[in-house]
Design a protein around this ligand. Structure first.
Ligand code: MN
Length: 249
């Protein structure tokens, strides 16, 4: 008897962009966990919140090897608690918060856990699908049919989120599962990428640049060419096919 597992190759890139002075994005590549965070809250708060979220997930990564999506949600809930505690102990960090979009890939299944307006996308067969709903006021108005996607894309308040880690003791985490196929590309990114590039432009880069590391670099470069109005971060997980291995009897 043999089992099959998908071979994964991951790469990440982050850049301050062309406008901001500091980078408050953070990312994690710690198989089986991949994540990104976009911190907010002046001074050093934003970077601290994003970093705390990624550190919390990193510390859970070894346990998540044999866990399910519920354990990933628990890790985000722990990160929320850690951010609130740190903000409570240091006036300079008060009000800090962060988005967090995380993927736990076990076997063929990717569990996505998500809070905020960072995004997970899946490129399959050359077509890009957004896997997460933005927890932004503007995106909610689009979902309710009160604002067009075109108006939302240029709305001055589009980065205002109604859900984040670090704002409330109880945090509601969105989850979803995707069964992966060979050739899939799973992208996690901050709004500094998705606000600068339309989905079609992101898809074009992912179709054109095959190598994982070059693809994330190309995405960041394109977002900078488009203005780089915010910090830009991308984590790309490529599903490169199946590896055969004998099961241990
Ligand atoms: Mn951002």
């Amino acid at each position: 008897m043999s089992t099959t597992a998908l071979a994964l190759v991951a790469a990440a890139a982050t850049d301050v962009g062309r406008v901001r002075r500091g980078n408050e994005d953070a990312y994690l590549v710690a198989p089986p966990v991949y994540a990104i965070a976009d911190g907010m809250g002046g001074h050093r708060g934003g970077a601290e919140a994003a970093g705390l979220a990624m550190q919390t997930l990193a510390s859970r990564a070894p346990d998540l090897v044999s866990a399910d999506g519920e354990a990933l949600v628990e890790a985000l809930v722990d990160a929320n608690r850690a951010i609130l505690l740190a903000a409570d102990e240091d006036d300079a960090l008060r009000g800090m918060a962060t988005t967090c979009t995380a993927a736990l890939v076990r076997g063929r299944v990717a569990c996505i856990a998500h809070v905020g307006d960072s995004r997970a996308y899946l490129l399959r067969g050359g077509r890009l699908a957004q896997l997460t709903d933005d927890h932004s006021v503007v995106a909610q108005l689009v979902r309710q049919g009160q604002l067009s996607p075109e108006a939302a894309a240029v709305h001055p308040g589009r980065s205002v989120v109604y859900r984040a880690l670090g704002t409330e003791p109880d945090v509601q985490v969105d989850t979803r599962e995707v069964v992966l196929d060979a050739g899939d590309r799973l992208l996690l990114c901050s709004d500094g990428l998705s606000n600068m590039l339309a989905d079609g432009e992101i898809a074009a880069v992912l179709r054109e640049v095959a190598e994982t590391g070059l693809a994330v670099e190309a995405l960041v470069a394109r977002a900078n060419e488009a203005g780089g109005a915010d910090n830009i971060t991308a984590v790309l997980v490529d599903v490169q096919g199946e590896t055969q291995r004998e099961a241990v009897p």
